[in-house]
Design a protein around this ligand. Structure first.
Ligand code: PLP
Length: 371
């Protein structure tokens, strides 16, 4: 059966070049990077080369990049340690954050002040609200993602970073969806912490990295060996790290070309959907958005209820904007925060450069057939 993969915000397929790089690494890098003999040194050198690749792309220093298991781990670590190690007394964030940020902050709300910013119906924060909160003199961490994973809205990354710097606040950003797609230059943008995950840019699962600005000395989340300069104990996932660096390098080199192709796909899907039904709407900011995400809100009705099912039986893989718990369907917290009308049905289509216009036409033809 024909399958069309339009769920690239959930995860992306591994690229052939990445598979090749990881396959050679499986053979070459069996040595433990902490061993001082030949095989250990080869593995260690490969990890350091990967770190250099990442640091060069982000324009930061090599010593500020730490590999770990996932963005979930990175986000938990920096948020928790900002409180434990750096004495943060207040966290300002948004209700549209990914659960690994949202829930970590919630878990600290009995120790510190937590403020959830208002967001409008497009998922945008209000810079003036943030600015006025930052005037209060309290050790603060602002945690705001670069791009939203469900609706694609971009937060004003540079402005937020500058506001935080001007007011002496730390700035953490979950850049999982945008890294390798939108340029980030850390020598120009004052960010304290940033997280990323390889499987969102055609790398392997189970590996990510955290950028920790050299001025912020946080403690690790757990203790053990001296790996990652004592920041992340545990023998390194060297094959994963090799795949991460290769995938990020390819993404960075090809980002303009990929963006152009993907934007065409996104525009084509949008236009085609409006031709099918002018009452279809698009969630999130349609001016400042991540090109890989299109969140579509279908008008209420029995057909809308079946849309996810119909896509699936036609081999089209996308993502639902609601979850079913105890037999009751709920909009996701992000859709709740932007006050998406619950009777409408949201489907998130998310693209990669591997998708084609022909696949979008096929998807549109199926949506048209069951509309
Ligand atoms: N943050 C965002 C915005 C995400 O989309 C995801 C993955 O869905 C994560 C964090 C978690 O990443 P990982 O799978 O590396 O834990």
């Amino acid at each position: 059966m024909r399958r069309i993969y339009l769920d690239n915000a959930a995860t992306t397929p591994l690229l052939e070049e990445v598979i090749e790089c990881m396959s050679s690494s499986m053979k070459e890098h069996f040595g433990n990077p902490s061993s001082i003999h030949h095989y250990g040194r080869i593995s260690k050198a490969a990890i350091e080369a990967a770190r250099k690749t990442v640091a060069n792309i982000l324009n930061c220093s090599i010593g500020e990049i730490f590999f770990l298991s996932s963005a979930t781990e990175a986000n938990n670590m920096v948020i928790q340690q900002s409180v434990k190690t750096l004495g943060v007394k207040r966290i300002i964030s948004s209700p549209t954050e990914h659960p690994c940020v949202f829930k970590t902050i919630e878990s600290l709300s009995n120790q510190i002040e937590v403020i959830w910013l208002d967001v409008d119906t497009k998922g945008r924060i209000n810079n003036s609200q943030l600015k006025s909160l930052l005037l209060k003199n309290k050790k603060t961490l602002v945690s705001l993602m670069h791009s939203n994973n469900e609706i694609g809205t971009l937060h004003p990354f540079q402005e937020i970073a500058k506001l935080c710097k001007d007011h002496g606040a730390l700035f953490h950003s979950d850049t999982v969806q945008s890294i390798g797609k939108i340029p980030i230059n850390l020598s120009e943008t004052p960010v304290s912490f940033l997280s990323a995950s390889a499987h969102k840019f055609h790398g392997p699962k189970g590996v990510g990295f955290v950028y920790i600005n050299g001025e912020n000395n946080i403690n690790p989340s757990f203790y053990g060996g001296a790996q990652e300069r004592n920041m992340r104990a545990g023998t390194e996932n060297i094959i994963g790290i090799m795949g991460l660096a290769k995938a990020l390098e390819l993404a960075d080199n090809q980002k303009d070309k990929r963006k152009k192709n993907i934007t065409e796909l996104r525009d084509h899907l949008k236009k085609g959907l409006l031709n099918i039904d002018p009452d279809i709407r698009f969630n999130g900011d349609q001016e400042n958005y991540l090109h890989t995400v299109l969140s579509v809100s279908f008008p209420a009705g029995p057909k809308a209820d079946m849309i996810m099912f119909n896509l699936d039986i036609n081999g089209i893989c996308a993502s639902a904007g609601s979850a079913c718990s105890s037999g009751v369907e709920h909009d996701s917290p992000v859709l709740g925060a932007i006050k998406h009308p619950t009777e409408r049905k949201t489907i998130r289509f998310s693209f990669s450069h591997l998708n084609t216009i022909e696949e979008i036409d096929y998807t549109l033809s199926k949506i048209k057939a069951f509309n």
